[in-house]
Design a protein around this ligand. Structure first.
Ligand code: ADP
Ligand code: ADP
Ligand code: ZN
Ligand code: ZN
Length: 752
């Protein structure tokens, strides 16, 4: 055996049961197993954390004190690690100045190219930077948009000031800000705004008068008058929005309108930069092209001096193509990219790196990829390995598993019933193994032959958002519709953009984080905490409020969080267990109260499944069952929601929504994070929704989900401007014989 394998002995993070494992270096190793079995505990919480910690140890104390402190993972031995890079699905986010071009450095290279060979010659590449005063459009400061308060959203003209004509919450009638207008003596407070003279209207919105006397209850105050728009702009737009809470930003956003900057037409650059061209194109036009087009434009440049620069740009652009992102443009804002797209962009940065002997860790990189494009991802993973790196991948996709040099199957089940290695070896061996993964790899769900009859149709008519080409399509009511197509073909644009715009009543179940408070846990989110508190109160004849960790019963040191959070400016806050309550969240007095021998803290430490055995109250059991049904039986009632993955967040929302009487549900890739064995359970839930009279629309690439649809809408044929059309509408059986559909081709292949 290779002495340089990564060696792990006695790993016990979370649910891991003394795991011993050797992982070959400079190979691709895939970790699979049902959700909750312990893959992340092994790969992220053990390997990645230890690699990071060991790296930090190599720095001087001065630097170390400025880095996040990683506590040592629970394990007896972890050996032969090297520097680890985690490439996950966290969205790139970023402000409006962050684009695909800036984050991949390709835009910087393009700027250099323009400064050297553009006509007229400019000389300095800063001139092409919209983040630099030398290059930014003076009107919009390089944002490409102008943001304004929208008077129509801000004011209700049918009302007077006294009736609350100013709709912005901070200006409510009688409040301090309202007084500065109503008591200025400038307006008739009972006059409807619609009846204002042009002068009054102008004063209200833009007025600037000095020394106004306000007559308030407390007496007269002399001050300057400021019209609504300058005041709003000063108070809410000019302020650094990063200082505001998300809720506040959202509440302000409702009153804003965004429009393209009229000076630069959205290109963000000033006229000097826009005047410089190569072969007739300026840099903004290049950044707006789809990557494929841009490659052709750059390839056509004949200039011996710029040869190496051009090669560098082409290499990176081709990396983007090779992972299926050729439909993006460099000017696309990173905040609009999906999780899968973000992950693939991060990958590009590392492909261009010449570092070797790194450990690259991927979390389900196949997310968002059509079966047609998975081989491209595989190519990238191989490329990283062949440069001398160790590639670790958490993945459920069969095609990816097939290229693994080594597979580690974690199981046998989830939570306390998991945490063991149930198989290690190659793919062929896994097919013969008697594990959940081995068994499911050998079977697939049958093609659905639907007996469901649509009860009507909802029509999307003439949609042309993004790449959609005047699309008109019917979505059948009362059945399960699956929307398919290669990445970038326009599925999300069609459903989340065009369709939802006219169906705001839909229940959208996405993968964004749940619970905005760090206090949120499954028990509070689902509401079962209230019932649990009542049971504790009744059993001990005390007040139910004692058992809330927002009350005086909470540990005084951590205020009921069980953790101490240390904020770090640009990094995730560090969590350390509270030393006073040892993570139990409550005061000793409260912990002394028991229900059938368990304290409130013991109950919060139970998994959903354990809680189902502990409680007998019907309503509680029903709610626990829904969590179990969506495949979350392994989470504990007290696990902070902030530690859940995107897929888990989506399933906990699904569990919640199952109680509601929605009629239209929309889900984007609900199989994310799900093992094959979990998918049939997800299908049971979706079918239950449909059988209950609801309409369900799902965007998916998973072939088992596609096979289970009543109706399929295939968008394509390709990504970007070569997509945006409806390629196929019909049943799964019809799709399997549809000649021109790429999805159909893959369905046929899998059936063979
Ligand atoms: P997988 O990656 O296979 O889906 P995980 O390693 O995330 O599984 O989870 C394994 C078990 O550990 C689960 O029961 C999960 O609820 C638990 N777990 C994971 N992270 C935490 C955490 N931060 N706190 C408490 N329990 C956790
Ligand atoms: P899919 O969901 O099939 O992967 P999308 O609907 O995300 O495809 O994308 C379809 C096309 O629309 C692509 O060319 C994509 O780059 C473009 N697009 C998607 N979202 C935006 C956006 N917010 N701004 C600009 N272009 C977008
Ligand atoms: Zn501008
Ligand atoms: Zn505490």
């Amino acid at each position: 055996m290779n002495v340089h394998d990564i060696v792990i002995k006695g790993a016990r993070e979370n649910n891991l049961k003394n795991v011993n494992v050797r992982i070959p270096k400079r190979k691709i190793t895939i970790f699979t197993g049902v959700s909750g079995s312990g893959k992340s505990s092994l790969v992220f919480d053990t390997i990645s954390v230890e690699a990071q910690r060991q790296l930090n140890e190599t720095f001087s104390a001065f630097i170390r004190n400025r880095l996040p402190r990683f506590s040592q993972p629970v394990a007896d031995l972890i050996e032969n690690l090297s520097t680890a890079v985690v490439i996950d699905q966290k969205r790139l986010g970023g402000n409006s100045r962050s684009t695909v071009g800036t984050i991949t450095d390709i835009y910087a290279m393009l700027r250099l190219l323009f400064s050297r060979i553009g006509k007229p010659f400019v000389g300095n590449s800063h001139v092409f930077s919209f983040n630099d005063p030398a290059g930014m459009c003076p009107e919009c400061s390089g944002v490409g948009q102008v943001v304004q308060f929208d008077v129509e959203k801000l004011l209700d003209r049918s009302k007077s000031l006294n009736e609350g004509a100013i709709l912005f919450p901070a200006f409510k009638v009688g409040g301090w800000l309202w007084n500065t207008y109503a008591h200025s003596g400038l307006f008739d407070n009972d006059k409807r705004l619609a009846d204002y003279t042009p002068e009054e209207w102008d004063i209200l919105l833009h007025g600037k008068e000095s020394k106004i006397v306000y007559n308030t209850k407390g007496g007269a105050i002399e001050s300057d008058y400021e019209g609504l728009l300058p005041k709003f702009t000063r108070l809410y737009l000019k302020r650094d929005s990063s200082e505001m809470s998300e809720a506040k930003r959202e509440s302000i956003d409702r009153f804003l309108s965004y429009s393209e900057c009229s000076m630069c037409k959205g290109s963000r650059l000033n006229q000097e930069a826009l005047g410089c061209r190569i072969n007739g194109y300026n840099i903004a036009q290049c950044a707006a092209m789809e990557i494929g087009e841009l490659i052709r434009m750059i390839e056509a440049i004949q200039d011996p001096v710029a040869g190496p620069m051009i090669d560098g740009i082409l290499t990176r652009l081709n990396h983007l193509v090779s992972i299926g992102l050729e439909y993006l443009s460099l000017d696309r804002q990173t905040s609009t990219l999906s999780g899968g797209e973000s992950q693939r962009i991060k990958m590009v940065r590392h492909l261009s790196s010449s570092l070797t002997d790194m450990i690259y860790i991927f979390d389900e990189p196949s997310v968002g990829l059509h079966p047609r494009d998975v081989h491209r991802l595989n190519g990238m993973l191989r490329q990283l390995r062949d440069k001398g790196n160790t590639v670790l991948v958490v993945e459920h996709d069969r095609e990816v598993m097939e290229i693994a040099d080594y597979i580690i199957d974690v199981g046998p089940h989830a939570g306390i019933r998991g945490g063991e290695i149930v198989y290690e070896g190659d793919f062929a061996g896994l097919l013969r193994a008697d594990t959940l993964t081995g068994r499911y790899l050998k079977q697939s769900l049958p093609l659905k032959t639907s007996t469901r009859v649509p009860k009507g149709r909802m029509t999307v008519a003439g949609a042309s958002l993004h790449n959609l080409k005047d699309v008109t399509v019917d979505i059948p009511v009362g059945v399960l519709t699956v929307v398919t197509g290669v990445a970038g073909s326009g599925k999300s644009t069609l459903i989340n953009g065009a369709f939802l715009a006219s169906h705001p009543e839909a229940v959208v179940i996405d993968q964004s984080a749940v619970g905005t408070s760090i206090r949120s846990i499954p028990a509070t989110y689902t509401g079962i905490m209230d019932e649990i508190r009542r049971l504790f109160a009744a059993a001990n004849k005390v007040s139910a409020s004692l058992f809330s960790f927002n009350s005086k019963g909470a540990c005084a040191n951590c205020h009921g969080l069980g953790m101490i959070y240390t904020d770090l400016a640009f990094l995730e806050p560090i969590r350390t267990t509270c030393e006073v309550c040892a993570g139990r969240r409550f005061s000793d007095e409260v912990l002394a109260y028991k229900l059938n021998g368990k304290s409130i803290s013991d109950v919060l430490a139970m998994t959903v499944r354990e809680a189902s055995e502990f409680f007998s109250k019907k309503e509680l059991l029903r709610q626990l069952q829904t969590l179990e049904d969506v495949g979350l039986g392994y989470v504990t009632l007290g696990q902070p929601l902030s530690t859940l993955s995107g897929g888990e967040c989506q399933r906990i929302k699904l569990a919640e929504e199952l109680h509601k009487e929605g009629s239209l549900y929309v889900m984007d890739e609900p199989t994310t994070g799900l093992h094959m064995s979990d998918i049939s359970r997800l299908m049971d839930i979706i079918n239950r929704l449909v059988d209950g009279g609801n309409t369900v629309v799902v965007i998916e690439h998973n072939l088992d989900v596609i096979r289970s649809a009543d109706w399929i809408i295939d968008v394509g044929p390709e990504g970007g401007h070569r997509g945006g059309q409806i390629v196929f509408e019909g049943t799964p059986a019809q799709l399997a014989t549809a000649e021109h559909s790429i999805t159909g081709t893959y369905l046929r292949k899998a059936e063979a």
